[in-house]
Design a protein around this ligand. Sequence first.
Ligand SMILES: C[S@@+](CC[C@H](N)C(=O)[O-])C[C@H]1O[C@@H](n2cnc3c(N)ncnc32)[C@H](O)[C@@H]1O
Length: 245
Amino acid sequence: MHDDGYFDERVAARYDESAAEMFDSAIVDPVVDFLVEIAGNGRALELGIGTGRIALPLAQRGVPVHGIELSKAMAATLRAKPGGEDIGVTIGDFSRASVDGTFSVAYLVFNTIMNLTTQAAQVACFRNVATHLEPGGCFVIEVGVPELQRLPPGETIRTFDVSESRWGLDEYDVARQGLTSHHFEIVDGRLERFSVPFRYAWPAELDLMAELAGMRLRGRWSGWQREPFTSDSRKHVSVWEKPAI
Ligand SMILES: C[S@@+](CC[C@H](N)C(=O)[O-])C[C@H]1O[C@@H](n2cnc3c(N)ncnc32)[C@H](O)[C@@H]1O
């Protein structure tokens, strides 16, 4: 694997275009509203800041944002955008990297907790976040609920995207709680493939990771506008709190 992980220069160059629907203000604004409220007068730490989809509009709303990012190529794309120079980025692994100062909120959106492919790394991430939060600070995660209920018995593949030029398949490996997302896209007349391994986790496992890190659940919703989380929810937005001293 490349030093930049799975988000190398080729992926970084096309990231905003290939995830265009996630940059729509109808998607971004509720995330930013939620984080502005929870950040209060403090600073925000984004784990896996990418090209600044959330960090840039959050900074524009007056919240100082710092990021941790494995991929230099993704960070360079962020830096090249208007306002990107004003956002500090620490290059490193967000399960271990250390950043100066403390934060009122740390956030990890767009399923990125799953990019840590072992339980140990996910636990380390919660612990690392706890050391960066000020007392009373919050950790926010947005991640899908594992789609095992939608997988026919004995099958391992679920399709998540089908269009004229793009196909997406999730391949489950239940024994190791693993999931590989395969993206196929026709770019300039050529079929390109991008496959990323993930580790899925149920909400209750994430709660236990938070507890191991000394945090407790403050709330869980199925979306950024605090829609109720139910048995039918496809994703959750969860907030854990570091106790105030
Ligand atoms: C799906 S993108 C999300 C980017 C951005 N948060 C967004 O919402 O558009 C995942 C990002 O996390 C980064 N990433 C994945 N694993 C990481 C790790 N262990 N440490 C730091 N960054 C990581 C990737 O390089 C990539 O930029």
